[in-house]
Design a protein around this ligand. Structure first.
Ligand code: GLN
Ligand code: ZN
Length: 772
């Protein structure tokens, strides 16, 4: 018999109850007891959804108050001393690591002031995990009342026997890093860490857990030999425990493991291996062939990273192939990864067009899908005939809908010519015309686009959305905001101004709402980090731009100043990456459609007299395939092409800017250079200025504005700090190529600190102009 399994469920709750509860607790508005109670209620509700769906295997310990990797840091007592020394209650120590803690001394405790641990993107998703930060003399021990055991017991008390999920020892260490001033290679700590796993696994078994899911997602990466070699001792030690520990399902996701297939020899003792067959269906045969006799394949055929209904026919075919290779008793139908990356339930969406809603499946619906597929394979298609027919009808509706297929868009794509990827003249020619035209001083100053999104702006937007104010009233309000921002920038004496983006709710949603091919959910929240959730728009069909999207605001802003006004757009890759993309056409096709829509916008902006246009691509890097090689090259090829298609339709005198919020692009520098943007602004204030060295080494000719101060904090940098920073930059960049700007947009800041920081930035710049 083929059974079914869900690797993990989203934590937030259908109404983001977890977000509300944690934020209330952080704000001192609720007690720890009430927070703990919310967690318990949510876990029970989520297990029940999966149980009611009929899922064969349901995960526990997938829940977390902040992040599951952070849970393990505390579980293994791998908490750095700078947190532990305060002797905080466990939950407060946990949050201190996740988000930092600053509070004055109280009667019962000393003052606390610790920044958060580093947070990094979880593989290629938009979820962020807290990075294990390890010491040269690191020790590990099992925390009292271990969370995985506690939550297993909690489910058991509800009559549900779960499969606890743990981050595996190799992945935990590989994803970690040495603490500041330490030099330990984390994976060398394996011997110290393994006994803690053994102890934990024994406790789980004693509590009644027959199976555990051990996640080793690092298996999809290119691994150094030290990490590869760590699997054998780890899983040999687990094998040596025999029946004293639960049976192990070793789970991988977000990629294939074919390049690491020999490692399956080192984990022969695990009962099952899980692979992602949504992302990499072609790995099925290789993996099946490499399994040990009797080892089970957990076949991830229901997408844990996207919101589309599973195509039953295709998924069943994949599972049947696995059954042919291994036999029914050795195959489990599973989600491709945890469902953490999908929204809670489609049932809450009342505003989606019915046609479109029928194409989606969120976490609660996906829990049903694994069950239906398993049943179809085990008992035959007739046992789930109604489900299969309905699914086939949904697939057909989506494939043939006018929403998904716009012949005009396809026609336009077919007509893209090679010249459309190139500016009319090379940079060297363009820049002199731009200089003459824009008449900018040495070290031009600018900002990244947004200015403080004040309470008044949010209130006005809400009123407008609710219909409490008219379109004219709202537009007049936005004009007044733009005027204010322009006046502020003139007073500060900035060189290239922006309109401040007051009309934008979000840098992707704003464009999505103005393009055909996109739909939006009401409750489709997905955890990004901690309590922060995003609600990605969904690309359902061919994308086009019926009308200009930003011209009115930029044109108005330009009309009220003599200074250069910069138009502001979100680039094609970022629009795609921060949405749920289609899974029925390649992402490169969607990127090209977005690029063509943005190309029209760029050309319209130019025609409206805007001669500096910034196309933001902060998500370009996160789209990089996890492994180097052909796949990565292919991505960079189409991503660069999309950017160029969007931006090269202008005259030589129009200056194209782009912006990235990261400074690590040394490993794909050639792609950054290939964008051919006249000016790049990049994150740099929190990074080592040495990262800029690559521009010198590669003799990068174009202009660059490395951020001179961090906008994520209300702290105002001094003039001297900025001078020092710019000095550093001038070690690697030529004065005539350097722009002066903050790290990123200012939307999350307040006005007083924004004004003060920019004022210091301008003063610092003027010192350099006097010198050069
Ligand atoms: N132009 C955007 C802003 O200033 C860029 C935001 C980003 O890079 N994430 O808000
Ligand atoms: Zn940014």
């Amino acid at each position: 018999m083929v059974s079914s399994s869900v690797l993990g469920f989203p934590r937030m709750g259908g109404n983001r109850e977890l977000k509300k509860a944690t934020e209330a607790y952080w704000g001192g508005k609720s007690s720890v007891e009430s927070l703990v109670e919310t967690g318990k209620t949510l876990r029970a509700a989520h297990w029940k959804i999966q149980k009611d769906a009929g899922a064969g295997t349901i995960a526990s310990n997938d829940f977390s108050f902040y992040d599951h990797v952070l849970d393990h840091i505390q579980l293994f007592n791998a908490v750095p001393e700078r947190y532990r020394k305060y002797g905080l209650p466990a939950i407060d120590e946990f949050f201190a690591m996740g988000r930092g803690l600053q509070r004055p001394a109280t009667e019962t405790g000393p003052a606390v002031d610790v920044p958060a641990l580093e947070m990094v993107k979880w593989f290629d998703s938009n979820y962020h995990y807290v990075r294990p930060t390890l010491q040269d003399n690191q020790t590990f021990s099992l925390a009292a009342d271990p969370k995985p055991v506690r939550e297993f017991n909690e489910a058991k008390a509800l009559g549900i026997t779960t499969r606890p999920v743990l981050v595996g020892p190799v992945s935990f260490l590989h994803l970690g890093k040495p603490d500041r001033g330490q030099s330990v290679l984390p994976i060398t700590l394996l011997d110290k860490l393994l006994p803690v796993y053994v102890e934990l696994l024994k406790q789980l078994k004693a509590a009644g857990a027959e199976t555990v899911q051990i996640d080793e997602p690092v298996l999809v990466l290119d691994l150094p030999k030290e990490t590869k070699a760590a699997f054998k001792p780890a899983y040999d030690l687990f094998a040596a425990q025999g029946d004293a520990i639960p049976k192990i399902t070793l789970a991988t996701y977000f990629g294939d493991i074919v390049h690491n297939i020999e490692i399956l020899n080192d984990v022969k003792s695990v009962a099952a291996v899980h692979v992602d067959l949504v992302r990499n269906p072609e790995q099925l045969e290789t993996v099946a062939g490499a399994l040990a006799p009797g080892q089970v394949l957990s076949a991830g055929v229901v997408d844990g990273r996207n919101i589309w209904k599973t195509n039953y026919q295709k998924a069943i075919a994949t599972v049947e192939k696995a059954v042919q290779l291994l036999g029914a008793d050795r195959v489990v139908v599973a989600t491709s990864s945890s469902l953490l990356h999908t929204p809670h339930t489609l049932a809450s969406e009342k505003k989606l067009p019915a046609e479109v809603a029928d194409w989606f499946s969120f976490a609660s619906e996906k829990a049903v899908e694994v069950v239906v597929i398993a049943k179809a394979v085990t008992e035959g298609a007739e046992s789930v005939r109604a489900e299969l027919d309905a699914n086939a009808a949904s697939m057909n509706s989506r494939a043939t809908s006018a929403r998904t297929n716009d012949p005009a868009v396809k026609e336009r794509q077919a007509k893209v010519t090679p010249e459309m990827y190139n500016r009319l003249a090379p940079f060297e020619t363009r820049i002199s015309g731009q200089q003459a035209h824009l008449n900018l001083p040495l070290f031009p100053t600018t900002t990244i686009g947004s200015f403080p999104q004040t309470k008044e702006i949010r209130v006005a937007r809400q009123k407008f959305t609710k219909g409490d104010i008219t379109t004219e009233e709202y537009e007049r309000f936005i004009e007044k905001e733009i005027e204010l921002v322009v006046k502020e920038q003139e007073a500060l004496d900035l060189d290239v101004l922006v309109h401040g983006e007051p009309e934008r709710n979000d840098m992707v949603q704003y464009f999505g709402e103005r393009l055909t091919g996109y739909v939006f959910t009401t409750f489709g929240w997905v955890q990004s980090y901690g309590s922060r959730c995003v609600r990605p728009p969904i690309v359902v069909g061919d994308i086009s731009r019926p009308l200009p999207m930003t011209v009115k605001e930029s044109k108005y802003a330009a009309s009220i100043t003599k200074k250069a006004m910069k138009g502001m757009l979100t680039g094609p890759i970022t629009c795609l990456r921060w949405s749920f993309p289609r899974d029925d056409v390649h992402q490169s096709v969607q990127a090209e459609q977005l690029a063509l829509a943005l190309r029209d916008e760029v050309i319209d902006l130019e025609a409206a007299g805007i001669h500096v246009i910034q196309v933001d691509e902060p998500a370009l890097r996160e789209g990089l395939p996890l492994r180097s090689g052909k796949e990565r090259e292919a991505y960079l090829d189409w991503a660069v092409k999309a950017f160029r298609l969007a931006t090269t339709g202008v005259q030589n005198n129009t200056q194209i800017h782009s912006h990235f919020c990261y400074s690590e692009f040394q490993d794909f520098f050639h792609a950054i250079a290939a964008l051919d943007a006249d000016v790049l602004s990049i994150e740099n204030s929190k990074s080592d200025a040495k990262l800029l060295r690559v521009f010198e080494d590669e003799a990068y000719p174009r202009h660059i504005g490395p951020g001179v101060y961090d906008i994520h904090s209300p702290r105002v940098p001094s003039e001297q700090e900025i001078v020092d920073r710019v000095e550093e930059m001038l070690k690697w960049l030529k004065p005539e190529q350097l722009w002066i700007n903050p790290d990123c947009g200012l939307k999350t800041r307040q006005w007083p600190e924004t004004r003060a920081a920019l004022d210091n930035m301008i003063k610092a710049t003027k010192q350099f102009r006097a010198k050069y």
